[in-house]
Structure formats: C-alpha cells, structure tokens
Design a protein around this ligand. Structure first.
Ligand code: GLC
Length: 430
C-alpha cells in the first residue's frame, strides 16, 4: 500500500516535470539536432581502397549485410573509397578491369537497395601524389571511364574527385587537375553532385587554397577532420611515431572543444564567403584511444557538424575496421560510438529504451559504456531527463522489491534473469 502511494507521487512529479520543461538545443548538445537535414554517413573503409579487396580485412569482402547493418542503424549514406588505379592498365588507354567495374556496380546497387546514397571516389592514387605530371593523363582517363560508366545512375550516386591530394600534388597543380576532371565528368554527368577537397590531405586550413569553378554550384567542398591528430591516430600503424601518443585522451575540456570549434569554424567562414556547402568526408578516432574519449570526441564533432547550416553531410571513418563502430564480423555494434553518431538510432532505442526487461536501467546515464548521448549534454538536458530518471528509478525499486519476493520463492528463476542481462557494450545480432 505504502509503495503504491510513493509510486503515484513520483508519477505525478514526473508528469509535472515532463510538461514544464521544453526541449532545448545547444551547440554542444549531442542528443540530435532535429533541424539537421543533411546526410549522415559512414565510410566502408579498408575494402576497395586496399590493393585488392580483402588485403586489409583478413580476406573479408563487402557483403549485403554491410549495407543492411548500416541502413538499419539509421545512416542514409555510405562513402566508398576505391583504389581504381590498382585495377587499370598502366599504359594508354588505361582501361579499367571490367570485373572491377562489376564489383563497384554491385556495391552501388546494394547501397540503393538499402536506401543509402553513395559516394565513390579515387582513393590512394599514391603515384599521382608522387609524380603528378606523369599521372595526370591517367587520372583524367580514369574519370573519363568512371563518369561514362555511371552516367545513367541515380543522382543519389555522388562522385568525389580525389581523396586527400598531398605531397607533390601542390595547390597550383591540384586546382588545374580538378578543373580538368570536372570538365570531363560534366560532359556525361551534367547534374550529378560532385565533391572536391583541398590539398594537404583534405586539411581544413588549405580550403582557402582551393579554387572551384564559379559557374558550377553543384559542387560540395569536403575536408577531413582528425584533430587532435595525436589523439585520433595514437598507435596507428601507418603513422610513424604514433606509438608515442598512446594514452592521449580527449576529456571534453573547454580548451579541447574550442580547438575543434576554431578549426571547423574556419571551414564554415570559407563556405559562407565562397557560397559552398560543406561535407566532412572523414572523421574518427583509432581503436587504441580510450573508448570514453573516442565516444565524446565523435559526439562533439558530429554535433558540431550538425549545428552548421552549410553542412551538406558527414561520413564517419569508418565502419568495421580499426576505427569501426561495428566489429569486423558484423556481430555487434560498439553502441557508445554508434550513439555518438546517431543518438536516435532505432537500434539504440530498441535496446536501451523500449525493452521491458529490468536490466535496461543499468545502461542509462552514468554507466561508463553507455555514454551514448548523455555524457556531454548541457545542464538543461540533464534537467530534461530528470523525470525519466525519477520514473525509471521508481520502477526499479518497484520491480526489485517484487523480484526479491519471488527470489525467496524461486531462486532458480532469479538466476535465469541474471543470465539474460544484456552486454552493455554491445548490441548482439546473433
Ligand atoms: C585516409 C587514408 C586511410 C586512412 C584514413 C585515416 O583516408 O586514405 O587509409 O585509414 O585516412 O588515417
């Protein structure tokens, strides 16, 4: 009887709080920006960008379920990095292998079958970076073939002209080559959205050196975001000296947030001045960083991106390898990372909000692995979730009492309940 009264009181308080607090959004709020209508994507990295598919993934190839998983999480875009230059003749006419085209066709078809828009690019054309003059003709001929091949595809296919120009592909050369490539692509694809980024590995600061054709408004400017590099690339095998950075964390301090804001705001100012939309084509933190830091960094960058009116879209680097939000066998999600990207993902809602099983409360705010969207929220958001917390605490007390009673009666049943506790780190699919 007493318990029932307390229960009613809490329900009352909950309703009062619930109706009196209106949802607020702030720049740092990572609980999802309802006004954001841009693309939310993930890179299918390490597959078609390797010399041969499977070389960097222990033989694993892209399968239908990759697209199914990505779509089921709530993404609406995949970016697929592709090493075309490893599948084309070295001498003129630089013909691309037809079997490789077949493979990319299949990848694009799978994306569309799962309602995902798709970006394809030219990735890891290292020879072009080392010796631009010798490879200019081959680079343009690759685009001639690719743009011809896909000219009749839906406009949900986007072309990104070149990943991360660097080294000897200087500003002067890159501004010429990109214009040449755009001219070739536009012959067969006059209305397709193109994506172009600046030199120095698509660094934000070199946006100011990028010259895009004035008469073509259907070009989005891209940059990659990995700052602080010592944090996002600690222990990265391909970055020399990066083992010395192991242990670097991202603690969500004001100075750290300001650092991110300053850099991204530079791109925003550039976009405003140049009347361009922006795309963050890659951002992510490698597997050896602390998981909480990775989650909070990812959430902050994603929320920052979604607060920008000029933002056309973003794509996390990457899906199921070293930066992954899912394990390589596609058995489970790293839910903290997934939630930092898609706080409203139906997968998270399913496992963390709508389950009627009691243990769901153990992965609500405060628990380390479930900092999904709550750890960097503002005070106002904490107030907003207070009624839910009150209600959930009460339900816990209520059920725990009930459970204790049944425990006395049936110890076997309670043991079974414990076994059914969900693993807080993962959403198991098998
Ligand atoms: C670039 C590289 C890719 C790498 C990523 C993160 O896209 O091409 O191979 O994994 O950046 O460093």
């Amino acid at each position: 009887m007493k318990l029932k009264n307390i229960f009613s009181f809490f329900i009352f308080v909950t309703i009062i709080f619930g109706v009196s607090l209106t949802p607020k959004s702030s720049l740092n709020d990572v609980s999802g920006d309802d006004s954001y209508s841009g693309l939310r994507g993930v890179n299918l990295g390490n597959f078609l960008e390797a010399p041969n598919e499977g070389d960097w993934t222990n033989g694993l190839l892209i399968k239908e379920k990759h697209f199914q998983r990505i779509a089921s999480a709530g993404f609406n875009l995949v970016r697929v990095p592709i090493r075309w230059n490893a599948h084309a003749m070295d001498i003129t006419p630089y013909t691309i292998d037809s079997s490789f085209f077949d493979r990319v066709d299949w990848v694009i078809d799978q994306s569309f079958a799962n309602n995902l828009s798709i970006i394809i690019n030219i990735h890891h054309y290292n020879e072009l970076m080392a010796d631009p003059e010798s490879h200019r003709g081959r680079f343009l001929e690759l685009w001639q073939q690719i743009s011809h091949h896909y000219q009749n595809y839906s406009h949900d296919l986007f072309f990104e002209v070149l990943n991360e120009p660097h080294d000897n592909l200087t500003n002067i050369l890159w501004n010429q080559y990109l214009q040449d490539a755009i001219d070739i692509i536009r012959v067969t694809n006059p209305d397709r959205t193109l994506i172009v980024g600046p030199t120095n590995w698509n660094n934000v600061w070199t946006l100011s050196d990028l010259v895009l054709p004035q008469n073509d408004s259907n070009i989005v400017a891209t940059f990659h975001f990995y700052s602080p590099f010592e944090f996002t690339h600690q222990g990265a095998e391909w970055v020399s000296g990066s083992n010395a950075w192991l242990g670097t964390n991202w603690t969500s301090s004001q100075a750290e947030k300001d650092g991110i804001d300053n850099e991204i705001d530079f791109a925003v100012n550039w976009a405003k001045t140049n009347n361009r939309s922006l795309f963050i084509g890659e951002f992510g933190a490698y597997q050896y960083g602390y998981m909480n830091g990775r989650i909070e960094w990812t959430a902050y960058v994603r929320a920052k991106a979604e607060s920008i009116p000029e933002m056309w879209g973003w794509a996390y680097w990457e899906f199921c390898s070293g930066f992954g939000i899912m394990d390589s066998s596609l058995s489970y999600w790293y839910t903290g990372l997934l939630g930092s990207l898609l706080p409203d993902s139906p997968l998270i809602k399913r496992d963390y909000s709508t389950s009627s099983s009691l243990p769901v409360l153990e992965s609500t705010p405060g628990s380390e692995s479930s900092s999904i969207s709550f750890t960097t929220t503002s005070e106002s958001t904490n107030l907003e979730i207070m009624p839910i917390l009150l209600l959930t605490s009460l339900i816990t007390v209520f059920y725990k009492k009930k459970q204790e009673k049944s425990k006395e009666l049936d110890t076997i049943t309670s043991k079974k309940n414990e076994k059914n506790k969900p693993n807080e780190n993962r959403i198991n699919l098998h």
